[in-house]
Design a protein around this ligand. Structure first.
Ligand code: SF4
Length: 202
C-alpha cells in the first residue's frame, strides 16, 4: 500500500484536479472494495459544510454522499433551518466505503484526511456541521463520546473554522428521542451563520 498522502501533496489542487486525484486514489486498502469513490457534492462556495463518516452501500453505488433514509433525514434537518441540500457542501471523512459498513480504521482516516482538508480550504465554509461520533472524533482528534462533543462550538484545528458536532442521521433514525438534541445543535449552528443582513444562512 502506498504511504499516506502528505497535506502538501494536495494543498494546491483546485476542484477538478482534486476530484480526479480522489477518483483514482489507492492510498488505503478501501480502494479494493469500492465501486467508486464518493467525493462529495453541493455548493462549492457554501456557508455550511456537512461532514459525515464514510459512504455506505447506496452511496458507493450512486457516488453521492448521504442518500437513502439517512440522507432524507439530513435533507429534512437542513430544510428545518432554511437550507436546501444544494446550498451546502456535503462530504465524508472517507471517500471510499468500508466493507460491511465497519468503522473506519485510524490509518484510513489519516490517509484520506488531506482530501477533506483541501475540500474545506476550497469551500471556505463559515461553519462545519459534523455528524456522528466517528467524524467528530476524527476532526477534533478527540476520544470523547458524541454526547459530550455535541451541544457546543469547537474550532477545527489548523483551519480555524467553527465546528458544531451533532448526531448522525442514521443514529437519529434508530433513536428518535435524540432528535430534540440534534435540533438544538442545528439552532446553535444557525446562530453562528445568521448575520451580514441576510437574516440567516444563504
Ligand atoms: S478512502 Fe480515501 S485514502 Fe483510502 S483509497 Fe479511498 S480516497 Fe484514497
Amino acid at each position: 500500500m502506498a504511504p499516506p498522502l502528505s497535506k502538501g501533496a494536495v494543498a494546491d489542487l483546485e476542484w477538478e484536479e482534486l476530484e480526479a486525484t480522489v477518483a483514482t486514489c489507492r492510498l488505503c486498502g478501501l480502494c479494493d472494495g469500492r465501486k467508486q469513490t464518493v467525493f462529495g457534492c453541493g455548493a462549492r462556495d457554501a456557508d455550511w459544510m456537512i461532514v459525515g463518516e464514510a459512504p455506505g452501500a447506496e452511496e458507493d453505488r450512486l457516488g453521492e454522499p448521504f442518500v437513502g433514509a439517512a440522507g432524507k433525514l439530513l435533507d429534512a434537518m437542513l430544510r428545518a433551518v432554511g437550507l436546501a441540500r444544494e446550498q451546502v457542501f456535503i462530504a465524508n471523512t472517507l471517500k471510499c466505503r468500508p466493507p460491511g459498513n465497519r468503522d473506519p480504521h485510524v490509518d484510513e482516516l489519516a490517509a484520506c484526511r488531506p482530501y477533506l482538508e483541501r475540500q474545506i480550504a476550497l469551500v471556505r465554509p463559515r461553519l462545519l456541521l459534523v455528524v456522528g461520533r466517528i467524524a467528530a472524533q476524527a476532526l477534533l482528534a478527540s476520544d470523547e463520546p458524541i454526547g459530550r462533543l455535541r451541544g457546543r462550538v469547537h474550532e477545527l484545528p489548523g483551519l480555524g473554522v467553527p465546528l458544531v458536532p451533532t448526531y448522525h442521521p442514521a443514529y437519529l433514525l434508530r433513536s428518535p428521542d435524540q432528535k430534540r438534541r440534534a435540533w438544538q445543535d442545528l439552532l446553535l449552528a444557525r446562530s453562528l451563520t445568521v448575520g451580514d443582513g441576510d437574516g440567516g444562512p444563504r
